[in-house]
Write a protein that binds this ligand. Sequence first.
Ligand SMILES: [Zn+2]
Length: 376
Amino acid sequence: MEKQTLTSHELKRQNRSNVYQYIYQSHGASRPELAAALQMSLPTLSQNLSELEQEQLIEKAGFKDSTGGRKAQLLTCNALARIAVGAEILKEFVRVCAIDLYGTVIDQTQISLPFSNASSYFQAMVSAVQSFIDSLPLEASRILGLGIAIQGLVSADGQKVIYGKILDCTGLAASQFGRHLGVPCLLIHDSEASACAELMHQGHISHAVYLSLNRNLGGAIVLNGAIYRGTALMSGTMEHICLIPGGRPCYCGKNGCLEAYCSADSLKKMAGMELDLFFKRLRCRKEEEVSVWNSYLEHLAMAIANIRHVIDCDVIIGGLINTWMTDEDFSLLASLVQRFCPLSQQAIRLIPGCHDLNLASIGAGLPFITGFLNQI
Ligand SMILES: [Zn+2]
């Protein structure tokens, strides 16, 4: 194979990126450590460090503990060098947060704003997001962009909703928000946004299925650490797997979808009460609630087993229902999945998702962070 040689400009860029990425990934490194790990000459390293420091992308942060001799200066990334704003549009309100370069939430707010696919809504949302941005103790020039998580499938370029039945927003364009805000704006499918934030939270997950048991059910497929969207961008829409042919109606127009059996809304309907009361009664072993819950878990297990026949990997269970689930529920669910999977004796690994209700808004801001980090 022909060996490719880098031009001096490419080499310079790669060195700079390697230095920054090492400091970013290690959450702080010293010059000797960087020189050894990157096998870089001290003059080249020094030049890159001084450039990155001048651009305020890295900073000196005290000294690293050493076993003897001179203590080494510790260099860390300036996590606030750039920030991204993420929003999650829901039927009744909007969650907004600002995240730093590590995806940590700097500030967040919730705005009561019922959704409507109308210019008055876009204006109200833009003005609320603008007030939030203005309240941040950072210059606006650091903002990379606004990511908006929405219940719907989004075009590959993040500019348009291509299927938005829940909010009746098919065709909605990112430009409705972006042109008034003056920062780049992207739309992102909400379950994909949650999955991205979950991946960052869990760390080191290569392949997984993400199931979000929210008011409406959602999902995402993670392959090689990234979301696999598929040819028609509908990969991971597990909510519309047909579980019971001819069963309960789903908002998509079909019958018997997983959505109609395992979303939080469907559980609420089956329970005939608010979910916090349902789980209180369930934990007191009330007969009716135990029976509803067992039927819920059985349907969920059936779906997970079907998914496992297509892609055999860990399953992350997130969303609202997860916040009420106990270790005992997870064990029961795993054993039910096993019952529906006769091909393998190996138990499935079900991973409880994190309980942060801001997950989708955090994930909505992440594409801007990733984009920025990749171009350094
Ligand atoms: Zn459906």
